[in-house]
Ligand binder design. Structure first.
Ligand SMILES: Nc1ncnc2c1ncn2[C@@H]1O[C@H](COP(=O)(O)OP(=O)(O)OP(=O)(O)O)[C@@H](O)[C@H]1O
Ligand SMILES: [Mg+2]
Length: 340
Protein backbone atom coordinates (compact mmCIF):
# COMPACT_ATOMS: atom_id res chain seq x y z
CA UNK A 1 0.00 0.00 0.00
CA UNK A 2 1.15 3.55 -0.67
CA UNK A 3 2.34 5.46 2.35
CA UNK A 4 -0.03 8.15 3.54
CA UNK A 5 1.62 11.51 2.92
CA UNK A 6 -0.08 14.86 2.29
CA UNK A 7 0.89 14.38 -1.36
CA UNK A 8 -1.09 11.15 -1.83
CA UNK A 9 -4.81 11.86 -2.10
CA UNK A 10 -6.91 9.76 0.25
CA UNK A 11 -10.00 8.02 -1.10
CA UNK A 12 -13.19 8.54 0.90
CA UNK A 13 -16.77 7.33 0.70
CA UNK A 14 -18.70 10.36 1.98
CA UNK A 15 -22.38 9.73 2.78
CA UNK A 16 -23.27 13.27 3.91
CA UNK A 17 -26.87 12.68 4.96
CA UNK A 18 -29.39 15.04 6.54
CA UNK A 19 -28.97 13.38 9.95
CA UNK A 20 -25.43 11.96 10.01
CA UNK A 21 -22.31 12.31 7.87
CA UNK A 22 -20.73 8.89 7.42
CA UNK A 23 -17.18 8.30 6.18
CA UNK A 24 -15.70 5.06 4.84
CA UNK A 25 -11.91 5.11 4.49
CA UNK A 26 -9.52 2.70 2.73
CA UNK A 27 -7.95 1.64 6.04
CA UNK A 28 -11.32 0.13 6.94
CA UNK A 29 -12.46 2.87 9.31
CA UNK A 30 -16.16 3.79 9.34
CA UNK A 31 -16.79 7.13 11.07
CA UNK A 32 -19.91 9.13 11.85
CA UNK A 33 -20.49 12.82 12.68
CA UNK A 34 -23.91 14.35 13.40
CA UNK A 35 -24.91 16.68 10.53
CA UNK A 36 -25.31 19.60 12.92
CA UNK A 37 -23.94 23.09 12.54
CA UNK A 38 -25.01 26.71 12.62
CA UNK A 39 -24.03 29.90 10.91
CA UNK A 40 -21.84 32.20 13.02
CA UNK A 41 -19.75 31.82 16.13
CA UNK A 42 -20.91 30.03 19.24
CA UNK A 43 -21.37 32.05 22.38
CA UNK A 44 -19.52 29.44 24.42
CA UNK A 45 -16.00 29.95 25.79
CA UNK A 46 -14.20 26.72 26.48
CA UNK A 47 -12.56 26.75 29.90
CA UNK A 48 -10.62 23.61 29.16
CA UNK A 49 -9.51 23.48 25.53
CA UNK A 50 -9.36 19.70 25.59
CA UNK A 51 -13.10 19.74 26.28
CA UNK A 52 -13.89 21.77 23.17
CA UNK A 53 -17.00 20.37 21.53
CA UNK A 54 -17.76 23.01 18.93
CA UNK A 55 -15.43 23.78 16.03
CA UNK A 56 -15.47 26.75 13.71
CA UNK A 57 -14.88 26.85 9.97
CA UNK A 58 -14.93 29.54 7.32
CA UNK A 59 -16.05 28.99 3.74
CA UNK A 60 -17.16 31.46 1.07
CA UNK A 61 -16.75 34.35 3.55
CA UNK A 62 -19.15 32.88 6.11
CA UNK A 63 -18.39 31.35 9.49
CA UNK A 64 -19.95 28.09 10.70
CA UNK A 65 -19.88 26.32 14.05
CA UNK A 66 -20.01 22.53 13.93
CA UNK A 67 -20.37 20.22 16.89
CA UNK A 68 -22.52 18.72 19.58
CA UNK A 69 -25.31 21.22 20.12
CA UNK A 70 -28.70 22.07 18.71
CA UNK A 71 -27.60 23.14 15.26
CA UNK A 72 -29.58 24.71 12.50
CA UNK A 73 -31.75 22.23 10.68
CA UNK A 74 -30.32 20.63 7.55
CA UNK A 75 -33.95 20.44 6.46
CA UNK A 76 -33.83 23.00 3.66
CA UNK A 77 -33.79 22.38 -0.05
CA UNK A 78 -30.29 23.63 -0.82
CA UNK A 79 -28.56 21.75 2.02
CA UNK A 80 -26.51 19.37 -0.18
CA UNK A 81 -24.66 22.31 -1.80
CA UNK A 82 -24.66 24.77 1.13
CA UNK A 83 -21.80 26.19 3.20
CA UNK A 84 -23.38 24.41 6.18
CA UNK A 85 -22.86 21.07 4.39
CA UNK A 86 -19.25 21.97 3.50
CA UNK A 87 -18.45 22.91 7.10
CA UNK A 88 -19.90 19.63 8.42
CA UNK A 89 -17.99 17.59 5.81
CA UNK A 90 -14.75 19.43 6.63
CA UNK A 91 -15.35 18.67 10.31
CA UNK A 92 -15.87 14.98 9.54
CA UNK A 93 -12.55 14.86 7.66
CA UNK A 94 -10.76 16.76 10.46
CA UNK A 95 -12.14 14.30 13.05
CA UNK A 96 -10.83 11.47 10.88
CA UNK A 97 -7.32 12.92 11.30
CA UNK A 98 -6.93 13.98 7.67
CA UNK A 99 -5.86 17.63 8.31
CA UNK A 100 -3.53 18.81 5.55
CA UNK A 101 -4.46 15.97 3.21
CA UNK A 102 -6.02 16.05 -0.19
CA UNK A 103 -9.08 13.83 -0.57
CA UNK A 104 -10.83 12.14 -3.48
CA UNK A 105 -14.47 11.61 -2.56
CA UNK A 106 -17.72 10.15 -3.80
CA UNK A 107 -20.87 11.41 -2.09
CA UNK A 108 -24.60 11.03 -2.70
CA UNK A 109 -27.88 12.73 -3.45
CA UNK A 110 -31.39 11.37 -2.78
CA UNK A 111 -32.61 9.32 -5.77
CA UNK A 112 -35.27 11.89 -6.73
CA UNK A 113 -32.69 14.72 -6.60
CA UNK A 114 -30.36 12.72 -8.85
CA UNK A 115 -32.81 11.43 -11.49
CA UNK A 116 -35.88 12.86 -13.14
CA UNK A 117 -38.81 10.46 -13.16
CA UNK A 118 -37.97 9.56 -16.80
CA UNK A 119 -34.49 8.54 -15.74
CA UNK A 120 -32.55 11.53 -17.04
CA UNK A 121 -29.84 12.84 -14.74
CA UNK A 122 -30.56 16.19 -13.12
CA UNK A 123 -27.26 17.61 -14.30
CA UNK A 124 -27.76 21.04 -12.68
CA UNK A 125 -28.34 19.60 -9.24
CA UNK A 126 -25.58 17.03 -9.54
CA UNK A 127 -23.16 19.72 -10.78
CA UNK A 128 -24.06 22.05 -7.90
CA UNK A 129 -23.32 19.33 -5.37
CA UNK A 130 -20.14 18.24 -7.13
CA UNK A 131 -18.75 21.78 -7.29
CA UNK A 132 -19.84 22.84 -3.82
CA UNK A 133 -17.63 20.39 -1.96
CA UNK A 134 -14.59 21.50 -3.93
CA UNK A 135 -14.88 25.05 -2.50
CA UNK A 136 -12.20 25.47 0.19
CA UNK A 137 -13.10 25.41 3.90
CA UNK A 138 -10.67 26.87 6.44
CA UNK A 139 -10.66 25.68 10.06
CA UNK A 140 -10.50 28.60 12.54
CA UNK A 141 -7.66 26.92 14.42
CA UNK A 142 -4.11 25.96 13.59
CA UNK A 143 -5.35 22.86 11.77
CA UNK A 144 -4.59 22.63 8.07
CA UNK A 145 -7.67 22.34 5.86
CA UNK A 146 -8.64 19.15 4.04
CA UNK A 147 -9.03 19.82 0.34
CA UNK A 148 -11.32 17.81 -1.93
CA UNK A 149 -9.47 17.51 -5.24
CA UNK A 150 -11.86 15.06 -6.92
CA UNK A 151 -15.55 14.65 -6.16
CA UNK A 152 -18.21 12.57 -7.87
CA UNK A 153 -21.87 12.16 -6.88
CA UNK A 154 -24.01 9.01 -7.14
CA UNK A 155 -27.58 8.27 -5.95
CA UNK A 156 -28.05 7.13 -2.35
CA UNK A 157 -29.34 3.53 -2.19
CA UNK A 158 -27.61 2.80 -5.52
CA UNK A 159 -24.38 3.34 -3.56
CA UNK A 160 -25.45 0.50 -1.26
CA UNK A 161 -26.02 -1.70 -4.31
CA UNK A 162 -22.36 -1.16 -5.32
CA UNK A 163 -21.41 -2.11 -1.78
CA UNK A 164 -23.40 -5.30 -2.15
CA UNK A 165 -22.00 -6.42 -5.51
CA UNK A 166 -18.34 -5.32 -5.30
CA UNK A 167 -16.50 -7.76 -3.09
CA UNK A 168 -13.06 -6.81 -1.77
CA UNK A 169 -10.59 -9.60 -1.23
CA UNK A 170 -7.00 -9.64 -0.13
CA UNK A 171 -5.78 -10.08 -3.68
CA UNK A 172 -8.08 -7.54 -5.32
CA UNK A 173 -11.75 -7.15 -6.03
CA UNK A 174 -14.40 -9.20 -7.74
CA UNK A 175 -17.89 -8.53 -8.90
CA UNK A 176 -20.24 -11.01 -7.31
CA UNK A 177 -21.62 -12.40 -10.59
CA UNK A 178 -24.71 -13.92 -8.96
CA UNK A 179 -25.64 -10.66 -7.25
CA UNK A 180 -25.01 -8.51 -10.34
CA UNK A 181 -27.11 -10.65 -12.64
CA UNK A 182 -30.34 -10.68 -10.61
CA UNK A 183 -32.87 -7.88 -10.05
CA UNK A 184 -32.57 -6.40 -6.56
CA UNK A 185 -34.32 -3.59 -4.68
CA UNK A 186 -32.48 -1.44 -2.16
CA UNK A 187 -34.53 0.38 0.48
CA UNK A 188 -32.48 3.05 2.31
CA UNK A 189 -34.29 4.36 5.38
CA UNK A 190 -32.48 7.54 6.43
CA UNK A 191 -33.10 10.61 8.54
CA UNK A 192 -35.10 12.82 6.25
CA UNK A 193 -35.57 10.57 3.23
CA UNK A 194 -36.25 6.95 2.37
CA UNK A 195 -34.69 6.05 -0.97
CA UNK A 196 -35.57 3.23 -3.35
CA UNK A 197 -33.67 1.79 -6.28
CA UNK A 198 -34.35 -1.33 -8.25
CA UNK A 199 -31.36 -2.53 -10.25
CA UNK A 200 -31.76 -5.02 -13.07
CA UNK A 201 -29.18 -5.95 -15.72
CA UNK A 202 -26.93 -3.30 -14.12
CA UNK A 203 -29.45 -0.56 -14.92
CA UNK A 204 -31.83 1.36 -12.64
CA UNK A 205 -35.55 0.68 -13.13
CA UNK A 206 -36.91 4.19 -12.76
CA UNK A 207 -40.55 3.18 -12.40
CA UNK A 208 -39.67 1.53 -9.08
CA UNK A 209 -37.06 4.01 -7.84
CA UNK A 210 -37.37 7.34 -6.04
CA UNK A 211 -37.40 9.10 -2.68
CA UNK A 212 -40.00 9.51 0.05
CA UNK A 213 -39.60 12.54 2.34
CA UNK A 214 -39.86 10.48 5.48
CA UNK A 215 -37.39 8.89 7.88
CA UNK A 216 -36.20 8.80 11.48
CA UNK A 217 -36.28 12.60 11.77
CA UNK A 218 -40.02 12.36 11.11
CA UNK A 219 -40.31 10.08 14.16
CA UNK A 220 -38.39 12.63 16.22
CA UNK A 221 -40.58 15.48 15.00
CA UNK A 222 -43.75 13.67 16.01
CA UNK A 223 -42.28 12.76 19.42
CA UNK A 224 -41.15 16.38 19.96
CA UNK A 225 -44.65 17.63 19.17
CA UNK A 226 -46.18 15.05 21.51
CA UNK A 227 -43.86 15.90 24.43
CA UNK A 228 -44.33 19.64 23.94
CA UNK A 229 -48.10 19.22 24.02
CA UNK A 230 -48.18 16.81 26.97
CA UNK A 231 -45.89 18.89 29.18
CA UNK A 232 -46.94 22.29 27.83
CA UNK A 233 -43.44 23.22 26.64
CA UNK A 234 -42.59 25.75 23.97
CA UNK A 235 -39.60 23.85 22.70
CA UNK A 236 -37.49 20.84 23.55
CA UNK A 237 -33.85 20.20 22.58
CA UNK A 238 -32.79 17.67 19.96
CA UNK A 239 -30.69 15.92 22.59
CA UNK A 240 -33.72 15.28 24.82
CA UNK A 241 -35.70 14.01 21.84
CA UNK A 242 -32.87 11.67 20.79
CA UNK A 243 -32.81 10.28 24.34
CA UNK A 244 -36.60 9.97 24.41
CA UNK A 245 -36.65 7.99 21.15
CA UNK A 246 -33.75 5.76 22.28
CA UNK A 247 -34.72 5.16 25.94
CA UNK A 248 -38.47 5.92 25.98
CA UNK A 249 -37.86 8.37 28.82
CA UNK A 250 -37.71 12.15 28.90
CA UNK A 251 -36.09 14.04 31.77
CA UNK A 252 -37.73 17.37 32.61
CA UNK A 253 -37.10 19.50 35.69
CA UNK A 254 -35.16 16.68 37.32
CA UNK A 255 -37.86 14.04 36.85
CA UNK A 256 -37.98 11.14 34.40
CA UNK A 257 -41.24 10.68 32.48
CA UNK A 258 -42.10 7.53 30.59
CA UNK A 259 -42.94 8.24 26.93
CA UNK A 260 -42.99 4.65 25.62
CA UNK A 261 -46.50 4.94 24.17
CA UNK A 262 -45.75 8.24 22.44
CA UNK A 263 -42.54 6.91 20.83
CA UNK A 264 -44.23 3.67 19.77
CA UNK A 265 -47.12 5.59 18.15
CA UNK A 266 -44.70 7.90 16.29
CA UNK A 267 -42.71 4.93 14.97
CA UNK A 268 -45.91 3.16 13.89
CA UNK A 269 -47.06 6.25 12.00
CA UNK A 270 -43.74 6.62 10.15
CA UNK A 271 -43.35 2.89 9.52
CA UNK A 272 -46.84 2.83 8.02
CA UNK A 273 -45.91 5.61 5.57
CA UNK A 274 -42.67 3.87 4.59
CA UNK A 275 -44.47 0.55 4.25
CA UNK A 276 -47.11 2.01 1.94
CA UNK A 277 -44.48 3.69 -0.24
CA UNK A 278 -42.45 0.45 -0.34
CA UNK A 279 -45.51 -1.47 -1.57
CA UNK A 280 -46.23 1.28 -4.11
CA UNK A 281 -42.68 1.16 -5.49
CA UNK A 282 -41.96 -2.56 -5.28
CA UNK A 283 -45.36 -4.22 -5.07
CA UNK A 284 -44.94 -7.75 -3.75
CA UNK A 285 -41.52 -7.86 -5.36
CA UNK A 286 -42.18 -11.23 -6.98
CA UNK A 287 -39.72 -10.57 -9.79
CA UNK A 288 -37.02 -9.35 -7.43
CA UNK A 289 -34.44 -11.75 -6.10
CA UNK A 290 -33.92 -9.78 -2.94
CA UNK A 291 -35.06 -6.66 -1.11
CA UNK A 292 -32.04 -5.21 0.70
CA UNK A 293 -32.60 -2.80 3.61
CA UNK A 294 -29.91 -0.24 4.47
CA UNK A 295 -29.60 3.11 6.30
CA UNK A 296 -29.68 4.09 9.96
CA UNK A 297 -33.47 3.86 10.02
CA UNK A 298 -33.17 0.15 9.25
CA UNK A 299 -31.42 -0.21 12.62
CA UNK A 300 -33.70 2.14 14.54
CA UNK A 301 -36.89 0.55 13.15
CA UNK A 302 -35.58 -3.02 12.91
CA UNK A 303 -38.39 -4.63 14.89
CA UNK A 304 -41.03 -3.01 12.66
CA UNK A 305 -39.65 -4.16 9.31
CA UNK A 306 -38.93 -7.80 9.94
CA UNK A 307 -41.67 -9.34 7.81
CA UNK A 308 -42.26 -7.12 4.82
CA UNK A 309 -40.90 -9.56 2.23
CA UNK A 310 -40.01 -13.24 2.52
CA UNK A 311 -36.87 -12.52 0.51
CA UNK A 312 -35.67 -9.44 2.39
CA UNK A 313 -32.22 -8.97 3.90
CA UNK A 314 -30.49 -6.34 6.01
CA UNK A 315 -26.99 -5.21 4.98
CA UNK A 316 -24.12 -5.60 7.47
CA UNK A 317 -23.81 -2.37 9.51
CA UNK A 318 -26.67 -0.94 7.42
CA UNK A 319 -26.04 2.70 8.42
CA UNK A 320 -22.70 2.55 6.57
CA UNK A 321 -23.77 0.64 3.44
CA UNK A 322 -23.96 3.79 1.27
CA UNK A 323 -20.61 5.14 2.51
CA UNK A 324 -18.90 1.79 1.85
CA UNK A 325 -20.45 1.63 -1.61
CA UNK A 326 -19.33 5.20 -2.38
CA UNK A 327 -15.74 4.27 -1.47
CA UNK A 328 -15.90 1.14 -3.63
CA UNK A 329 -17.38 3.13 -6.52
CA UNK A 330 -14.54 5.66 -6.21
CA UNK A 331 -11.80 3.05 -6.07
CA UNK A 332 -13.06 0.52 -8.56
CA UNK A 333 -15.32 2.43 -10.94
CA UNK A 334 -14.01 6.06 -11.04
CA UNK A 335 -10.33 5.34 -10.51
CA UNK A 336 -10.31 2.40 -12.86
CA UNK A 337 -11.18 4.82 -15.67
CA UNK A 338 -9.28 7.73 -14.13
CA UNK A 339 -6.17 5.92 -12.84
CA UNK A 340 -5.75 8.19 -9.80
N1 LIG B 1 -26.54 2.37 14.79
C1 LIG B 1 -27.74 2.94 14.96
N2 LIG B 1 -28.61 2.46 15.88
C2 LIG B 1 -29.83 3.01 16.04
N3 LIG B 1 -30.29 4.04 15.31
C3 LIG B 1 -29.48 4.54 14.38
C4 LIG B 1 -28.17 4.02 14.15
N4 LIG B 1 -27.60 4.75 13.16
C5 LIG B 1 -28.52 5.66 12.80
N5 LIG B 1 -29.65 5.53 13.53
C6 LIG B 1 -30.88 6.34 13.38
O1 LIG B 1 -31.21 6.35 12.01
C7 LIG B 1 -31.47 7.66 11.57
C8 LIG B 1 -31.02 7.80 10.14
O2 LIG B 1 -29.62 7.68 10.03
P1 LIG B 1 -28.91 7.82 8.65
O3 LIG B 1 -27.46 7.98 8.92
O4 LIG B 1 -29.33 6.73 7.74
O5 LIG B 1 -29.55 9.20 8.12
P2 LIG B 1 -29.02 10.13 6.96
O6 LIG B 1 -28.32 9.31 5.92
O7 LIG B 1 -28.22 11.24 7.56
O8 LIG B 1 -30.37 10.73 6.39
P3 LIG B 1 -30.80 10.91 4.86
O9 LIG B 1 -30.48 9.64 4.15
O10 LIG B 1 -32.26 11.23 4.91
O11 LIG B 1 -29.99 12.06 4.36
C9 LIG B 1 -30.77 8.58 12.56
O12 LIG B 1 -31.50 9.78 12.73
C10 LIG B 1 -30.75 7.77 13.83
O13 LIG B 1 -31.90 8.08 14.58
MG1 LIG C 1 -28.82 8.48 4.12
Amino acid sequence: MTERTPMTPIAAGLDDGYAYTKLALPDGRLLVTPSRARIGRTAVTWINEAEQRVFEYETDDALYSVGAFDGASTHFEGYPWSGLNRAIVQHAFQKAGLAGHSVHAVSGLPVSAFYRKNGEHRDDTIGKKRDSLKIPVQPITDALPVGIAFHEVIPEALAAWYDDVIIEQRDGITLDADRVSVPVAVVDIGGRTTNYVVVKDQGVLHASSGSLQCGMMSVKQIVAGGIEARFDLEEISEERIDDAVTYNVVRLKGTNHDVTALVAAAKREVVEQIYMETRRQLGLGVELDRVLFVGGGTVALAEHITNWYPHQAVAAHPAFANARGMLKYLRYVCEASDAA
